[in-house]
Write a protein that binds this ligand. Sequence first.
Ligand SMILES: C[S@@+](CC[C@H](N)C(=O)[O-])C[C@H]1O[C@@H](n2cnc3c(N)ncnc32)[C@H](O)[C@@H]1O
Length: 388
Amino acid sequence: MATQRLWNSLSAQGMLHNKLRNLVQFTQKRHRVKTKWAATQPKLSATNLALQNFDAIYSMELGELWPSVRVSLLSERKYGALVNNFSCADTVTDLQSLGCVDFIASSSTGADQHTVNEGTCRDLTIASISPNVKCLVFPKGDISRFKPATLDSSGFLRYYLMDAASVLPVLALNVQKEESVLDLCAAPGGKTLALFQTQAARFIWANDLSGSRMSRLQRTLNSCLPHDLLSEDKLYITSFDGREWHELGENAFDKVLVDVPCTTDRHSLVEEDNNIFSRSRTKEKRNLPLCQTQLLLAGLQAVRKGGEVVYSTCTLSQLQNQCVVEQAVSLANQELGITAEIIDLQPFTTLFKDTFHFAPDLNVGVMVLPHLVANFGPIYFCKLRRLS
Ligand SMILES: C[S@@+](CC[C@H](N)C(=O)[O-])C[C@H]1O[C@@H](n2cnc3c(N)ncnc32)[C@H](O)[C@@H]1O
């Protein structure tokens, strides 16, 4: 009681701080313990540093959603099976017999029956969702795992396992017949493969700075696509710095996918190897928003007037998502004389709301939030149209 009274009275008089300071000053030097941070503090692992960073930032950015997203990020992720249309096996039927559903086909069918926003949903279904891309998932709440993909009788992989939400940026790009497509940061190649599944592009140009990751992309495409699609006039593979793309040519493509390097939130929480939060990569991590902005600017330069760009990441970070898009649109206008408008993807979220949990109220772009019953994402994407 006496301590409580003293505490109250010191606080009330605003004296607590001074008293504590005096106490410290009167402590004799030889009794003081100097903390040797460098030597005594245990070094935090990169995964722990990532969690600390996310707790500090996402609890502010996502507010009351963060605890649920946090536990989902730390739990086993869910995959989707991107069906390889170039395989002769009846993969869809086989996966359906296990209880899987094609989330693209089932959303499109559902949208046809919608009465609210009927016009928007139907337009989107017909015009924007490639009927050829098939991605099967186990329904909400079902945490069954896919078996590793096998080869069909012709030696092609029957499906490719990836985060089902990663297919959304490809669907949002909405590749139409005979369009030219640049995949600026393509490796290891999941989205390039999904772009091929649209069976629409005149050619796809897959680029990535990392030569070794491009070898992985090449292997994936070799195991899924017939030789004629791997030929020179259908697929171009390069390993340039995407930020310098304007040196190769501008206004050249109908569609550009800019799937940038980011803090890869899910990976950073579970994998020590190659973790962007390791101390040796601090500078690289700090430079990410700049690099992302430069890549998006390069994408806006590479696309023709009237063409479209999709920017995507697998982080929840506003600094790497909305801020980068806003910054790039403004810089493109001021420095390059390029105007770009942001396309409303809200109908898109309506279409796929039964499969994914989308972040509410995003002003720029859309984001799939990890959720325990649909543990996909995080995936952020934003679609832009170049006007001039
Ligand atoms: C998120 S990953 C891309 C994933 C890929 N789109 C997929 O779906 O499999 C980002 C990629 O950007 C590449 N990258 C990093 N900096 C780059 C740059 N300046 N130019 C081009 N690619 C870059 C990385 O090597 C990495 O493969």
